[in-house]
Design a protein around this ligand. Sequence first.
Ligand code: NDP
Length: 306
Amino acid sequence: MEKVRCLIIGGGPAGYTAAIYASRAALSPVLYEGMEPGGQLTTTTVVENYPGFPGGVDANALMADMREQAVRLGADIRRGAVTSVDLSERPFKLTVDGCTELEAESLIIATGATARYLGLPSEQKFRGLGVSACATCDGFFYRKKDVAVVGGGDTACEEATYLAGLCRKVYMIVRRDVLRASVAMQERVKNTPNIEILWNCNTREVLGDSSGVTGARLERKDGEVFDIAVDGFFLAIGHNPQSQLFAPWIKTDEAGYIVTDGRSSATNVEGVFAAGDVQDPTYRQAINAAASGCRAALDAEKFLKR
Ligand code: NDP
């Protein structure tokens, strides 16, 4: 059976950065990229807020460069998804793609989180063409335009107020007659004049043409169906951290985010570290994921050299 000193699961900014640091620390890291090499960032187009790129950078190119940098420094990056784990004792036992078994002395979980979508075919069709689950990433492209945000939680309120600073008008599509968000966030939304809340509304369809999103068809609880004209359609109905595989051993919060110890990346299992969105319900930006990948590699190095 193959024995790995430092195994990294996840091919997003956290995983690749962990691989860069672990390679330079001579930990001979092996990284499995999972089902979505490049991570969530590859669902967007241009990244304008990643430092070091004054003209912005293509999201896929940024991830490809991170990957290449890790490979050049010696990381062994492989296609494949870890399908089962046993973290009951060290070395940890893992299976890849249901067949390849290996043992790891240390493990960095960087499996990320996936944004929830409504599940409409039209929403899927216009993903990246006006449909987005990240206002901070994509809001800039809708300056002085009209957009909609689905959801009534803190994220939706935060994204709506962020977009209100850029866009002409922001509709919030809320399925009940109350917001789930904290009172402070609700106040902020209510005090922002160019946000209009559409209460008791569900989205039936995202409307569009060859240029992308042009609107949304909504249905109010009383049965009334009506259209709104928007260029951007933002989902803010929550994220699912990809932690289920580790749940029998690794402590998570009630939403499923892995709990790490203070400022470190250590989980409750010695030798297992977590980085990126799988342990971050709050900041969820590539730069934060990369930074936590760095922390996880440094923590793994300290653990292995002890
Ligand atoms: P939440 O689960 O808190 O809210 C999700 C929102 O989306 C709810 O309004 C929910 O409606 C709505 N929703 C869910 N599914 C659908 C659907 N299928 N159709 C329409 N609407 C739907 O998620 P958030 O991402 O907002 O927040 C996650 C956690 O992170 C929370 O604990 C939050 O407080 C925290 N957070 C804190 C921030 C801060 O403090 N600055 C910023 C962002 C998040 P309903 O209410 O009807 O269920």
